[in-house]
Design a protein around this ligand. Structure first.
Ligand SMILES: Cc1cc2nc3c(=O)[nH]c(=O)nc-3n(C[C@H](O)[C@H](O)[C@H](O)COP(=O)(O)OP(=O)(O)OC[C@H]3O[C@@H](n4cnc5c(N)ncnc54)[C@H](O)[C@@H]3O)c2cc1C
Length: 384
């Protein structure tokens, strides 16, 4: 991709060196195998100011563009999407606090986030609220100068780690229309009344994803993000950023799946020749790299449009859809090329394959992305 400018190339290469030399492939594999949150890797990235990239300069950040951020996400996904999520997910809430947070919340949380002392999780989903996220049932009501929360959340990634504040979507007005009665509360994960259980999922084994049982947990009213009733607006405000970020990380992960398969195809000898010499394997690899390059171009287009504050919901959905399906396809083909060896954790391909299986679900399923694309196509026809 030689249309990146010099500073973008330097940034991309510096993230790549950070992953290869400092974080390392072995560390990420070990966290996955042990289902251990990557505290050490997270701390190294925070010390190198990665959390500051997107935060505006007036809030102590570096004021980078969404394109810069996409390049970072691509690099962070290099050895597995799961590792990238431990950095990506907190950033979405940090950006919500930049936009909707009170002065007090910005003072308490932004520098603490950028220096790596606290992280954020996002809790939208519930047992009966998946793609239909606004059907939130978890209730919160005022009691003096506190909110009391009662309900159950599901799939809250990273919530069981140390020093986490959960941005929790709750229903504060059960009588208001579905999307209007929602609010976001910032709930520290050690708040009494929360029971957070890690789930034994196929992927996201290191960052972890959780279910949360909430039995009359209390937080001060100062933990309300934005206004009461503004919850849906806040949550949907970061969705474009989230989808660009995850799509970029899928591309980073997919590229490694292709590169690993290519190396293996050259090294593995059967019938007295490297398996790369068989045309069927060569063509598989050619198709895999073509898919990854196409996914990368879609991500860069979406990130470029978002950096220029252009409307781009359709382009972002295309990037998320194609990049996730690409990770799934190339990791599955990578398994085939690696043969029996692919089944072993040290080959990493089974991890990429597991990441691929969740990538078309988390962050909005492929079916939902297709609906968004169709809607934006219809809107364009109506305008022309
Ligand atoms: C590993 C992992 C981590 C996650 N992390 C988080 C997190 O940190 N915070 C959080 O809040 N959530 C998180 N999620 C939840 C995720 O956002 C949901 O899983 C996702 O939105 C889909 O919801 P669902 O699983 O309930 O599936 P459902 O919505 O029940 O969908 C089931 C199937 O029906 C299809 N479907 C549903 N509605 C439609 C429709 N209108 N048109 C066509 N098809 C439809 C879906 O595409 C899917 O194929 C995570 C999920 C996973 C797997």
């Amino acid at each position: 991709m030689n249309f990146l400018d010099e500073s973008q190339i330097m940034w991309r290469d510096s993230v790549d060196r950070m992953m290869t030399d400092t974080i390392t492939r072995e560390y990420i594999r070990q966290c996955d195998q042990g289902r251990e949150y990557p505290y050490d890797g997270y701390a190294k990235l925070a010390a190198a100011d990665y959390m500051r990239l997107l935060i505006p300069e007036e809030n102590g950040g570096h004021g980078g563009t969404i394109f810069d951020y996409a390049l970072m996400c691509e690099g962070l996904g290099k050895y597995g999407f799961d590792f990238a999520t431990c950095v990506l997910v907190p950033t979405f809430t940090a950006m919500n606090i930049v936009k909707f947070g009170s002065e007090d919340q910005q003072a308490r949380y932004l520098e603490a986030f950028m220096s790596g002392r606290i992280r954020f999780s996002i809790s939208i989903s519930e047992p009966s609220a998946g793609s239909d996220a606004a059907s939130t049932r978890t209730r919160a009501w005022r009691d003096g100068d506190h909110y009391v929360i009662k309900g159950q959340k599901l799939w809250c990634s990273g919530a069981a780690a140390r020093d986490v504040v959960i941005a929790m979507l709750v229903r504060t007005d059960p009588d208001a229309p579905k999307h209007k009665g929602l609010s976001v509360l910032l709930v520290p994960n050690d708040t009494p009344g929360l029971e957070i259980r890690r789930l034994p999922t196929l992927s996201r084994r290191a960052t972890g994803t959780t279910e949360i049982f909430i039995d009359e947990a209390r937080v001060p009213v100062s933990q309300l993000l934005g206004r009461e009733g503004q919850g849906w607006e806040i949550i949907t405000d970061h969705l474009e950023l989230e989808r660009i970020a995850v799509a970029a990380a899928y591309v980073g992960n997919a590229q490694t799946a292709v590169s690993d398969a290519l190396v293996y195809a050259h090294e593995r000898v059967q019938f007295d020749r490297p398996i790369f010499d068989f045309q069927v394997i060569k063509h598989m690899l050619a198709d895999m790299q073509t898919h990854v390059d196409a996914a990368r171009l879609l991500v860069y287009r979406a990130a470029e449009l978002a950096s220029r504050h252009q409307p781009c919901s359709g382009e972002v959905a295309m990037a998320k859809l194609f990049a996730s399906e690409t990770l799934q396809t190339v990791s599955r083909n990578g398994m085939q090329i690696l043969g029996g060896h692919s089944m072993l954790p040290e080959a990493d391909m089974e991890r990429y394959f597991r990441e691929g299986m969740q990538s078309t679900i988390g962050g909005g399923t492929s079916q939902i992305q297709r609906s968004i694309i169709a809607k934006s196509m219809t809107a364009k026809v109506a305008r022309s």
